[in-house]
Design a protein around this ligand. Structure first.
Ligand code: AHR
Length: 664
């Protein structure tokens, strides 16, 4: 440990030296002289630490319609009519029936309201019913089978009901099915809707209507397209595929602010998110819209299972965003017990109460769990976190000594296993801080960078964002003996309606965008894919000379304007796979000019002449991907030849490159 510390501080010192000596040269040299070529040095004989096997993962919460209208496959918006107590928002009528929310005909104590549809004047010529617009449209694809279901009852109507996928203008019926009869008690009805060779479209609605008179009550109206792995209550396949390409090692859930809620009542109350979906009341997300909690605790765990990610389970720690909080002591105890029960639901065997509950919910096998996070961002809002953390920590460690407990703010009462740190910064700020962990103490808790992003570009980051991210990630990777896990945030944004009252985006600069039909990865997404998919397990010592810099004026803080800074324009790190002996050299050129760089590798056995470069590049920092141009900026692979322990390569402007150098 001591040796590693010395090496790391030596690297940090030599970086500082390299930077200041460059500035000295720049100040004294003839202004017409050609600047010395940048040199990147890798000491293959010095392993400064091991790359954490869990370094790259995902952070997620219900924001920007991440699940509702996002990953969660449900296509009907406000399926439970619980989103607004006064009116069935997002629902329209077919014909002109009288509709109203009815508290007198609840489906069950949880979904304690239903939609009453008075279609007493319906006829063959005048069908009457309801229609749902989905989340900014309902996607229709050719030769696709959809599963529609709803609960209904009627005293004076026996059927049939027609269920149909129809274009919004009513001109095209893509698929339809009939429910022949409706009972006088609540019952669930399910039909399949199969499209033929129809064009792909999203301006569609789901209609349920009758041509015979009657009054019908509806609840839990649902429509699912084919899901990832065909799982019921499952996920959107295109988004799952984008995530799988990131090779994520963990999933931090359920937040973020979404864990805490605006009020204690609106927290992520896990017990209300399990069991049959029609028994889940749903709740308001702090991001301003309704969540049905169709994406509940078990679905998060299944998501982890599907993508082979470890769950990083955040438990509610007695603090909500409007400032309501529970003082440490007896009043907090029920919340601590709830967290212990939550852990039992995840990990307990079926002889245990909550393990049995999980089995009843369809998953008898316990899930692996190593990390528990206590709360979210408790550093700036509540003075009592130290005490609350201690109470959770002690209870968790007493029952589950092997669990690693993560604090979301520095604490002194206990030594957390990990500390979760969050950074949302500009490109320059990210780059200026790319070395912040080089100097970080190795004696405290390990670090989980549980949320970070270069916030440039909207709705999704542009190339400037990707450059800031990649520069920052070289620092994460170089210090991944300390940084056990790191996750970009937010992960998702529905890009259907970026502004206005009912907007689909609450937070700009999100890694992956989508609408009802398609999805895309931002340049930052591709930078993540490159970093996550291509690294070794050993961190190699590095040094550099002649790195060009540019001036940056940091923002004024508390009325004080800090002095301008010189920030580097080339960032890099090197790791090696100890099995294959491949060295992964990552180089970020944030400059608008190509950079000819000399790479020097010492103490390695022979470097094979042939290697490979994976390059992400743009013509301008503003270049980006979008729903219309999803693959404007994507990585490409180039062969490399004539490599040796000392070679020169030109790195294009605005680029992120991974060089794969094979040693023998
Ligand atoms: O990622 C968006 C929000 O930023 C998270 O919910 C919160 O933890 C942070 O402040």
């Amino acid at each position: 440990m001591k040796r590693r510390l010395i090496i790391l501080s030596a690297i940090a010192a030599s970086f500082a030296l390299a930077q200041s000596s460059y500035m000295l040269q720049a100040a004294t040299a003839d202004s017409n002289a050609t600047p010395a070529i940048p040199v990147l040095q890798i000491d293959a004989g010095k392993v400064t630490g091991q790359v954490s096997p869990t370094l790259y993962g995902l952070m997620t919460e219900e924001i920007n319609y991440s699940y509702e209208g996002g990953l969660y496959g449900e296509l009907i918006r406000n399926r439970s009519f619980m989103a607004n107590p006064l009116w069935p928002i997002y629902w329209d009528v077919v014909g002109n029936p009288t509709v109203a929310l009815d508290k007198n005909q609840p489906l069950n104590p949880t979904l304690d309201v239903s939609l009453k549809v008075d279609a007493s004047t319906a006829s063959e010529k005048a069908p009457k019913g309801i229609a749902n617009r989905g989340y900014w449209g309902i996607p229709v694809r050719p030769d696709t089978t959809y599963r529609a279901s709803f609960f209904a009852k009627s005293d004076n109507f026996h059927g049939p009901l027609t269920v149909a996928l129809v274009s919004t203008n009513g001109e095209t019926i893509f698929a339809s099915a009939k429910v022949p009869s409706i009972s006088s008690d609540w019952q669930k009805y399910t039909v399949t809707l199969k499209t033929k060779n129809v064009p792909i479209s999203k301006n569609n609605v789901l209609e349920i209507y009758t041509t015979t008179p009657g009054t019908i009550w509806f609840q839990q109206v649902s429509l699912f397209p084919p899901t990832f792995d065909n799982q019921p209550n499952g996920f959107r396949p295109d988004i799952m595929e984008l995530l799988a390409a990131m090779h994520p090692k963990f999933l931090r859930f359920p937040g973020g602010n979404y864990l805490e809620g605006n009020t204690i009542q609106e927290r992520f109350d896990w017990k209300k998110t399990i069991g049959p979906v029609e028994d889940r009341p749903g709740h308001k997300s702090p991001w301003g819209y309704w969540s049905t909690d169709g994406m509940g605790l078990l679905e998060f765990l299944e998501w982890c299972q599907d993508l082979h990610m470890q769950p990083v389970l955040a438990v509610y720690a007695g603090y909500s965003l409007d400032g309501q909080h529970i003082a440490p002591g007896p009043e907090l105890e029920p919340y601590v017990q709830s967290a212990l029960e939550e852990i039992e639901y995840v990990t307990g065997n079926t002889s245990m109460k909550w393990g049995a509950e999980r089995a009843k919910d369809g998953h008898p096998t316990p899930f692996p769990l190593r990390y528990i996070e206590v709360g979210n961002e408790d550093y700036n809002r509540s003075s009592e976190y130290d005490g609350r953390f201690a109470q959770f920590y002690d209870a968790i460690k007493a029952k589950y000594p092997k669990l690693q407990v993560i604090a979301t703010a520095p604490v002194t009462s206990r030594k957390p296993d990990l500390l979760d740190e969050h950074f949302y910064r500009s490109q320059e700020d990210m780059e200026a801080n790319a070395f912040q962990y080089d100097k970080h103490t190795r004696t405290g808790p390990k670090i989980f960078v549980g949320e970070w992003a270069t916030r440039v570009g909207s709705p999704t980051p542009n190339m400037a964002g990707a450059l800031g991210d990649a520069a920052w990630m070289t620092g994460l990777e170089r210090n991944s003996d300390l940084i056990v896990m790191a996750s970009y945030a937010p992960l998702f944004v529905n890009v259907s309606q970026l502004t206005g009252q009912d907007r689909s985006m609450q937070w700009t600069t999100d890694l992956i965008g989508y609408d009802a039909l398609t999805s895309y990865g931002s340049p930052s997404y591709y930078a993540q894919v490159m970093f996550s998919a291509m690294h070794g397990n050993e961190i190699l010592a590095t040094d550099s000379q002649n790195i060009p810099t540019r001036e940056w004026q940091p923002r004024a803080f508390s009325g004080q304007t800090p002095p301008p800074q010189q920030i580097r324009q080339i960032f890099f790190d090197a790791t090696r796979d100890s099995q294959s002996r491949t060295i992964y050299l990552k180089v970020v050129n944030e400059a608008g000019t190509a950079q000819k760089v000399n790479v020097q590798i010492t103490d390695a056995s022979t470097i094979q002449p042939d290697g490979e470069a994976v390059v992400l590049q743009a013509n301008s920092p503003e270049d980006t991907n979008s729903i219309e141009q999803p693959r404007n900026i994507v990585p490409h692979t180039e062969e490399m030849h004539s490599l040796s322990a000392n070679f020169t390569r030109e790195f294009p402007p605005y680029s992120v490159t991974v060089l794969k150098l094979i040693t023998k």
